[in-house]
Design a protein. Structure first.
Length: 462
């Protein structure tokens, strides 16, 4: 087997998040973006130290798990969701197996086992999303073209491409309001002949369309992200958007200027074209004010399931000092505040911290305190000692230098919410070495049709 050679085979298994495996001449080859049971044609990309990695060129035969037709016109070219042809129950079954195996592997390796040598903890399965489609409350769409020098497109990137952008007019991950807005914006600039920003040449105007919509309120924020290289009158576009017959209501339209060389949505300057730069969403009886860059779980209804489980896993926080680390807009902190003595939230994104403070005041909670800063540094300055810790880190997990500081408090109970289970599995080894054991865990599918899912774990100190 050599780099550049082409083979055919069947994907026998897919590990979290999208690592498929094909056997070729007794050699396991890793291929991404496939589905268990698919017969594929693939090319070898890497071969070193007994490991091989390939790239799918073509799906020759569908997987037996593909029992339904695609629900949008961009499948399978779009990289937004991979599993929409797989019945939802099958998706849940596969994701549950992936997460459970990850955790069990670590436990067996570290010796947390029963008399039969199997991982010794309580596995509480997977909780599905209340809505399988149209669940996302936030989406970033990119301007570009579907092929080189093609007409302006606005949507999601083609699978495996950082340049080609598909017109995802009928994306089923979002409410139809969002795709109606997308179509309106694209058609407006297409007619005007306005150029998109070319990442390699660093020239052009149109970059992204960021949309946020409260699932429970229907309130919509629209953000047009451009460079400062051109000036255009956006009043006609604003009027077109406000005239759209939407199910929800537009409460704010922003023009964000972004001259950064990196392909991320950020603001050098924000101009409010209409309304306000925030909207409301409700979760478990609490009201949250969410602004442009505030972190908020992207699936509001599944977030209610997730946070209900977190509240259950915390068990009894009465009279306790609770640290909510990586607290975002303070959702978990505010759920625990009614019974806790005090909840201190730490979050590095200042805008999210400001939103958390506003939300706590909005919900009449006076015993929540939110600190803007890196967990690694903030813990050095805190005088308080926690009785319990809740962790909800970003995808890369907890900073390796922050972990010993967190564990040094030696609290009896730690609840860990993870959006990337491989990061949880890595951090878990440190927890076990520090005298904690994994008591129980489960997962919550917030990202139907995609490779991602959330996991929740409880660690108790022995």
């Amino acid at each position: 087997m050599k780099k550049g050679e082409i083979y055919e085979g069947i994907i026998e298994k897919v590990d979290f998040p999208n690592k498929g495996y094909v056997m070729v001449e007794d050699q396991k080859v890793l291929v991404k973006n496939g589905m268990p049971g698919q017969k594929i044609r693939f090319v070898i990309q890497k071969k070193r130290s007994g490991r091989a990695q390939g790239r799918i060129l073509e799906v020759l035969e569908k997987s037996p798990l593909e029992k339904r037709e695609p629900v949008c016109s961009s499948f399978p070219q779009c990289g937004g969701c991979m599993y929409q042809t797989m019945p939802y129950e099958e998706q849940l079954h596969m994701k549950e197996r992936q997460i459970r195996e990850l955790l069990e592997e670590v436990l067996v390796k570290e010796g947390q086992t029963d008399l039969n040598g199997k991982a010794d903890f309580v596995w509480e399965g997977i909780h599905g999303s209340p809505e399988e489609f149209c669940y996302r409350n936030k989406m970033e769409f990119s301007f570009g073209d579907e092929y080189k020098d093609g007409p302006l497109s606005l949507g999601l990137h083609k699978k495996g491409s950082t340049y080609d952008v598909l017109n995802t007019d009928d994306c089923k991950l979002v409410n139809k309001d969002m795709t109606d807005i997308l179509t309106c914006v694209r058609d407006y600039f297409l007619e005007k002949g306005v150029p998109y920003y070319k990442k390699m040449q660093h020239t052009g105007y149109l970059r992204h369309l960021l949309l946020r919509r409260g699932v429970t309120t229907g309130e919509i924020l629209i953000h047009l992200v451009t460079t400062s290289q051109e000036e255009h009158d956006l009043e006609p576009l604003k009027d077109l958007l406000l005239a759209l017959p939407l199910e929800g209501k537009i409460v704010g339209i922003m023009h964000i200027i972004n001259d950064s060389l990196s392909d991320v949505v950020k603001s050098d300057e924000t101009r409010i074209l209409y309304g306000q730069d925030w909207f409301y969403e409700t979760l478990l009886g609490l009201r949250f004010r969410i602004s442009t860059f505030s972190f908020f779980q992207p699936n509001s209804l599944a977030a209610e399931v997730l946070y209900s489980i977190v509240r259950t896993y915390v068990e009894d926080a009465r009279g306790m000092e609770v640290f909510d680390l990586y607290s975002g807009t303070g959702t978990i902190a505010q759920l625990l505040a009614p019974v806790a003595k005090e909840v201190i939230g730490v979050e590095i994104v200042e805008e999210a911290v400001e939103a958390a403070r506003q939300n706590a005041a909005l919900n009449g909670l006076s015993n929540c305190r939110f600190i803007a800063g890196d967990v690694l540094k903030v813990l050095d300055d805190l005088k308080e000692k926690p009785d319990m810790i809740v962790l909800d880190p970003p995808r890369e997990g907890i900073h390796p230098k922050a972990l010993p500081k967190i564990l040094s408090y030696r609290v009896k109970r730690i609840v860990y919410v993870s959006c990337k289970a491989t990061s949880l599995a890595r951090d878990m080894e440190t927890f076990l070495h520090a005298g904690y054991r994994l008591e129980k865990a489960c997962c919550v599918d917030q990202f139907c049709q995609t490779v991602w899912t959330e996991a929740v774990a409880v660690f108790v100190r022995e």
